[in-house]
Design a protein around this ligand. Structure first.
Ligand code: SAM
Length: 284
């Protein structure tokens, strides 16, 4: 069945899959120095932002991704004071990070300022924490930023980037992970959006290899639903500077205070429960 132009469709040739949303209309399009950004008003998912034709964020389901890219690892660190979000220009991950009172400083390093300015216009609910005194919005390349940041100055690095192509490609490589390792304090961790466990398992295995080869002591993967991304099943890969069990700061009252829609103690544990084929592929 071919869809007419009253639908947005993201076809992915490499995986032979596609995702569609019934439209309203395209309300904005622009070519920035880095990428093409489009905003659609959809019939059932609110606004949709795409970058170079790939789905990025929708009003309806972004809570799944932003909550699971932040809370599991913030609550797995004993004292996450200094956090950086690389990418994340829609500001949804930053908003979740700043819900944690232990966080003293959160820097968002986004290469394309237009992503944030358009998010302020179409996804203002994701930008409500941008004025938090602990927050810094830095517009520049995360690869260059990580080279320059003071050694052992970070507790958690969250890499909320586009797919490993274009400006994001270098964020998935060994050299970048070496710089991340240097920037982290002992006990520090990195968590990176790592695509679909069903469609991209080879890429995820390669990421874990590069992380370990860069000197990280241990890697893990967590997973969660994310309907607008290919296959609807997404992952984040974790690299620990120091091997060992994760802290389990899972106080029910503190988690309830986060006001999350998906994240809770049960989904925290479920996210780390891996299927056999993933454990085998990642040697976890
Ligand atoms: N949730 C989305 C996903 O999983 O595809 C990512 C959301 S966020 C919009 C991705 C951001 O990464 C984009 O705004 C893009 O500009 C940014 N980005 C890509 N490469 C970057 C780099 N080298 N440094 C900083 N930001 C980068």
């Amino acid at each position: 069945m071919s869809l007419d132009n009253s639908w947005f469709t993201e076809p992915v040739d490499q995986t032979g899959t596609a995702f569609s949303l019934k439209l309203g209309e395209r309300v904005h399009a622009e070519q920035t120095p880095y990428q093409k950004i489009e905003i659609y008003r959809t019939e059932t998912f609110g606004y949709l932002m795409t970058i170079d034709g790939c789905t990025m964020v929708s009003t309806r389901d972004n809570f799944l991704y932003h909550e699971m890219m932040s809370h599991p690892m913030l609550n797995s660190h004993p004292s996450p004071r200094d956090v950086v979000v690389v990418g994340g220009g829609d500001c949804g991950t930053l908003r979740e990070v700043l819900k944690h009172p232990e966080v003293q400083r959160a820097v968002q390093v986004e290469i394309d300022e237009r992503v944030t300015r358009l998010s302020e216009q179409y996804f203002p609910e994701l930008c409500v924490a941008n004025g938090d005194p602990r927050a810094t919005l830095f517009f520049g390349d995360g690869i260059a930023w990580m080279k320059e940041v003071a050694p052992e100055s970070l507790d958690l690095i969250i890499i909320d980037s586009t797919d490993p192509v274009g400006p994001a490609e270098g964020l998935f490589g060994r050299k970048f992970y070496v710089d991340c390792l240097k920037a982290l304090r002992p006990g520090g961790m990195l968590v990176q959006q790592s695509e679909s466990p069903l469609l991209h398992l080879e890429l995820i295995a390669e990421m874990h290899h590069f992380m370990r080869d860069a000197g990280f002591a241990q890697t893990r993967m967590l997973h969660f639903p994310q309907p607008i991304y290919p296959s609807g099943w997404w992952s984040a890969s974790v690299a620990q500077k120091t091997a060992g069990p994760l802290a389990q700061r899972l106080d029910e009252a503190a988690i309830a205070a986060l006001g999350t829609k998906f994240y809770n103690v049960e989904t925290h544990h479920a996210a780390f429960a891996l299927p056999n084929f993933v454990k085998q592929a990642l040697a976890l």
